[in-house]
Design a protein around this ligand. Structure first.
Ligand SMILES: CC(C)(COP(=O)(O)OP(=O)(O)OC[C@H]1O[C@@H](n2cnc3c(N)ncnc32)[C@H](O)[C@@H]1OP(=O)(O)O)[C@@H](O)C(=O)NCCC(=O)NCCS
Length: 394
């Protein structure tokens, strides 16, 4: 029986995130398979030591595996002329599907099933809209109120049950935009974004190299005047919800031995991951439950983790998670989402879970190089949440 091996995160790239909008989206000329092809090809360009044939398997998360996203990883891989012998595996677990892709790759490496894996995620919420083709089982109604299952209804219920105010939610969104803009302007995302051809605000074809949803001048006053998005008397607005988005990402994970043999550089190793199921009408807390379980298993406290990426599905989700973990009470958070989050960057459902470890790695490398542990936390529609732990080794 082989020993459990170490898995390191060698590289990660993503497309810019575009608005999922047929007239206004910068990436409205793209398809999800094309975006995925871009990030797969880019990984090999950036890491010429790794040959496509070396890849044991490709995992890919997407929330809605239908239409252009049906077996999208296989089609993107083949459409890039990449080797047919490398298998791809689509993972469907709503928003955390990209994080599950990372976990699957890491576990396979640690179990000595292979040395080199790609974990990826993609969602094009313009071409494959959220919930397209979804059909709830009728018997679900025996246990859960179907009216409470949609994401917006979850966010409203969490706000009410947990007593999280609109003002506190708007602060989260405000700081997310400020941080995302600051990080973008300082070139901090340049390491992970691969520019792709898109269409600018004037309708010209151009190379897009930044995320579309980041607001240049976020305003608390403006947010306070926005109408509720999900119910007339609600408090969750478009500002405190992650927007409908298009984007793809891919990460290169390797056994530490193989990475050393090829002379690759790396900064973090995978230190563990957990999936946890939770109430589908309060799905945002699934990320907290997963993190709690992971910390318990590791014999750690939240205070032992230096830096977090907590998914911003909705402001209320992030706030509930950081408050429950005892990390912070209100935004801006000292050690959470230092370069902004999905409220500003956008949230292509299956992409975000794989993006968080990529961004966390860059933050641990470039922003807080003394950080020993980093954690990513991702909630998921209908209550599946994930968390992963990363430890500095570089
Ligand atoms: C909230 C939601 C319904 C809003 O959708 P929408 O009505 O199409 O609204 P948009 O996102 O296009 O935004 C509406 C307007 O508000 C503006 N807006 C958004 N955030 C803003 C902010 N922080 N400040 C000011 N204006 C803002 C937008 O720019 C847009 O105006 P524009 O078209 O002039 O640019 C949609 O984004 C949504 O469903 N989000 C949640 C997605 C989800 O559930 N994901 C999974 C999570 S688990």
């Amino acid at each position: 029986m082989a020993e459990i091996r170490e898995c390191v995160l060698v590289d990660g790239v993503r497309t810019p995130n575009g608005r999922a909008h047929k007239e206004k989206g910068w990436l409205r000329n793209q398809r999800p398979d094309e975006l995925l092809s871009v990030v797969y090809e880019e990984l090999f360009k950036r890491n010429p030591e790794v040959k496509p044939d070396d890849v044991e398997a490709v995992f890919c998360g997407s929330a809605n595996q239908t239409g252009m996203q049906n077996d999208v990883a296989r089609f993107a891989w083949l459409a890039s002329g990449l080797p047919v012998n490398v298998p791809t595996n689509g993972i469907g677990q709503q928003c955390p599907s990209g994080m599950a892709a990372i976990e699957h790759a890491a576990r396979a490496i640690m179990a000595d099933e292979g040395d080199v894996y790609i974990a990826s995620g993609v969602e094009d919420m313009m071409n494959v809209s959220m919930g397209m083709g979804m059909d709830f089982p009728p018997r679900l109604g025996n246990y859960w109120n179907p009216a409470e299952l949609p994401m917006g209804a979850n966010a409203e219920k969490m706000s009410e049950v947990l007593g999280i105010t609109r003002e506190d939610q708007e602060l989260v969104a405000y700081h997310s935009h400020l941080r995302a803009k600051a990080a973008r302007d300082a070139g901090k995302y340049a390491d992970e974004i691969v520019p792709v051809m898109g269409i600018d605000d004037e309708g010209n074809e151009t190379l897009i190299d930044k995320d579309q949803w980041i607001r240049e001048d976020p305003s608390l006053e403006q947010m306070a005047g926005m109408r509720p998005a999900f119910k007339p008397e609600g408090i969750v607005t478009a500002a405190t919800s992650s927007p409908l988005t298009v984007g793809a990402c891919a990460a290169l994970l390797m056994s530490r031995d193989k990475a050393d043999e090829l002379g690759m550089s790396y900064h973090v190793r995978y230190a563990g991951g957990v999936m946890h199921g939770y109430d589908p009408t309060m799905m945002g807390l699934s990320a907290y439950e997963a993190a709690k379980k992971l910390l318990e298993r590791k014999g750690m406290n939240a205070s032992d983790v230096d830096v977090f990426e907590v998914h911003e599905a909705f402001s209320v989700v992030t706030l509930a998670c950081v408050r429950n973990l005892g990390i912070a009470e209100n935004a801006p958070f000292d050690n959470v989402n230092l370069w902004g989050g999905a409220l500003a960057l956008g949230h292509p459902l299956g992409q975000s879970g794989a993006r968080l470890p990529i961004t966390l790695n860059n933050i641990m490398k470039n922003e807080v190089p003394d950080a020993k542990f980093g954690m990513t936390m991702m909630c998921g529609g209908f209550g599946n949440g994930n968390a992963t732990l990363w430890e500095k080794v570089g």
